[in-house]
Design a protein around this ligand. Structure first.
Ligand code: ZN
Length: 232
């Protein structure tokens, strides 16, 4: 699987379509790598070394049991390049990668392994506790700042051209070495890091199949703002 396999779109998710339809048990490949969210956006998912970790506010990260997922982006990660880099953060990671490959028009799977001196991650409240509307979801998330933490940023670079399919720019989730901390990444910095990437020429997007999805109206005029607001 050199392609990115994606279920639903960031546009549909941000427009409020959270119903789980993709079977997580399909993610059995030992190199499975990616991110997503669980049913009702109960948690942020990090898929690393073939395991699916769920991060929900107030709970330790745990392996996801068999479940249907509303959004997922997964691939097999076989890095084409592994480089040592210094002083990397969310602002300059694009420049770091650009030294190796011009990335403005392509997809990449990216892993950054480091002891992060600063990391801000975010996790949603349990879906059962909060009536879900995308604004409630965004407002009630738990943010944690971590220092000197060893772990992995797992994710994708998406060109702006595809910014309603996937989060434009970087979308990273984090899992630490000890599997005690995980979530969607808002900020990071590391003095030294191992940067790995693989170009992905193909992205295969499967839309939800329900009548509810087919009939939903997505307000494109506010969508880009929601993606920026909720995912960045
Ligand atoms: Zn995320």
């Amino acid at each position: 699987m050199s392609k990115i396999v994606q279920f639903s779109t960031i546009g549909a998710l941000m427009a409020g379509y959270f119903r789980g339809e993709y079977d997580a048990s399909a993610l059995k490949h030992p190199d499975a790598f990616g991110l997503g969210c669980s049913q009702g956006i109960n948690g942020e998912l990090t898929i690393f070394q073939g395991k699916v970790w769920e991060a929900t506010a107030g709970e330790a990260p745990h392996l996801l049991r068999q479940e249907m997922l509303p959004f997922l982006q997964v691939t097999e990660f076989v890095p084409e390049r592994t480089a040592s880099v210094v002083n990397i953060d969310q602002h300059n990671a694009e420049q770091h990668l650009n030294q190796f490959i011009p990335l403005q028009n392509i997809f990449l799977a990216v892993c950054i392994e480091a002891t992060f001196d600063h990391l801000v991650i975010r996790r949603p409240q349990p879906a059962s506790d909060i009536p879900r509307d995308i604004n409630d979801f965004a407002r009630t998330q738990q943010e944690d700042t971590l220092n000197n933490i060893n772990g992995y940023l797992i994710g994708f670079w998406t060109p702006v051209l595809f910014g309603r399919i996937s989060v434009p720019g970087f979308h990273f989730h984090f899992i630490d070495e000890k599997r005690n901390n995980s979530g969607h990444v808002l900020e990071f910095s590391a003095k030294k890091a191992i940067l790995k990437y693989q170009e992905k020429q193909t992205i295969e997007v499967t839309n939800p199949g329900s009548a509810e999805y087919k009939n939903m109206t997505i307000d494109l005029s506010s969508l880009d703002k929601s993606i920026e607001h909720v995912e960045k």
